[in-house]
Design a protein around this ligand. Structure first.
Ligand SMILES: [Cu+2]
Length: 322
């Protein structure tokens, strides 16, 4: 289940009580702004028409002077804005003070993926599974540049900084799958730095930790990395680069540009990813694929290779890799 990209969603689902409060604040403030500005614009139009050059309107000073009007036009908007100041400050202070019993999830942002580590040790990439009905505190850091974790469903957005922890906390109350974004432009693949926030009943979450979370399968983890490192944006069918599909590649014979042919085994795949050009360029291929040497840690490289191993040939069920 993925969040619906197709449907135009002007107002995202609110999945926590504080999200509802944030919505109320924004709606109320929008209404207030309209109440204060619409009459001004109407009056401007009316005066512009009535006192346009050459009109017959009476232009003599009226002589009316009222302290009541003077004071009220200043005092009423001032008090109204104060209401919003107090209301907003309360939400802001709440959002900075997680309850002490909050469950802590570690978040690491880096070009271009999000890594989440659960208190029980399970980790996942670009997907975040969390229980509802319980305060959750995300402790956020970046491994390289500034990113920002944005969870529209809980109306929260916090910067991920390279050298300092930041925090976000919320208590979700709605089960479902929602968007998860990086909302700070962070380089060429910023647009793919996102995924899914899955909110579950506490029982399902425990279940997920034990089953899916623990063995979220190297293959699924590999697929997430394949997407996160941008392999998919070149190698998936339909991509503008037209790189060869990696489906069914493992174990097959690859014809190289220098005339040799090799069997795509673990070793060769690993080498190809690290140093794709030179003597590893595919026959008829151009030097397009960037080198990933020094960019993908060894454990993740294993997972990507495992994913390529399991990537089904066309016609086979794709379920196995999801
Ligand atoms: Cu980012």
């Amino acid at each position: 289940m993925t969040p619906d990209h197709a449907a135009l969603q002007l107002w995202p689902v609110a999945a926590s009580a504080s999200a509802v409060e944030a919505d109320e604040l924004i709606l109320a403030f929008t209404v207030l702004t309209l109440v204060l500005t619409v009459p001004v614009f109407i009056a401007i139009t009316w005066f512009a028409l009535r006192y346009r050059e050459g009109s017959e309107a009476d232009r003599s000073p009226s002589g009316i002077r009222s302290n009541l009007i003077e004071i009220s036009w200043m005092l009423i908007p001032f008090l109204l804005t104060l209401v919003f100041f107090v209301w907003g400050a309360r939400l802001f202070i709440d959002s900075k003070n997680p309850p002490p019993d909050a469950m802590v999830v570690e978040v690491i942002g880096r070009q271009w993926m999000w890594k989440f580590q659960h208190p029980t040790g399970q980790s996942e990439i670009n997907n975040l599974h969390l229980p509802i009905g319980q305060p959750i505190k995300l402790r956020i850091i970046s491994q390289d540049v500034i990113h920002a974790l944005y969870l529209p469903a809980v109306r929260m957005q916090v910067a991920a900084l390279p050298d300092r922890y930041t925090e976000m906390w919320f208590k979700a109350d709605k089960v479902g799958t929602f968007h998860l974004y990086c909302s700070e432009y962070c380089g060429s693949d910023h647009s793919v730095m996102g995924g899914k926030l899955t909110l579950m009943n506490p029982g399902d979450y425990q279940d997920w930790l034990v089953h899916a979370g623990a063995q979220q399968g190297v293959v699924a983890a590999g697929r997430a990395l394949y997407e996160a490192y941008g392999c998919a944006s070149c190698h998936e069918p339909g991509s503008p680069v037209k790189a060869p599909s990696l489906a069914g590649l493992y174990g097959s014979k690859v014809a190289l540009a220098d005339g040799r042919s090799v069997v795509a085994d673990d070793d060769w795949l690993r080498q190809k990813i690290l140093n794709p050009n030179g003597d590893k360029l595919a026959g008829g291929g151009k030097q397009v694929m960037p080198s990933f040497a020094g960019r993908i840690p060894e454990d993740e490289l294993n997972k990507i290779v495992d994913f390529i191993k399991a990537y089904p040939r066309p016609g086979q069920s794709a379920e196995a890799t999801r």
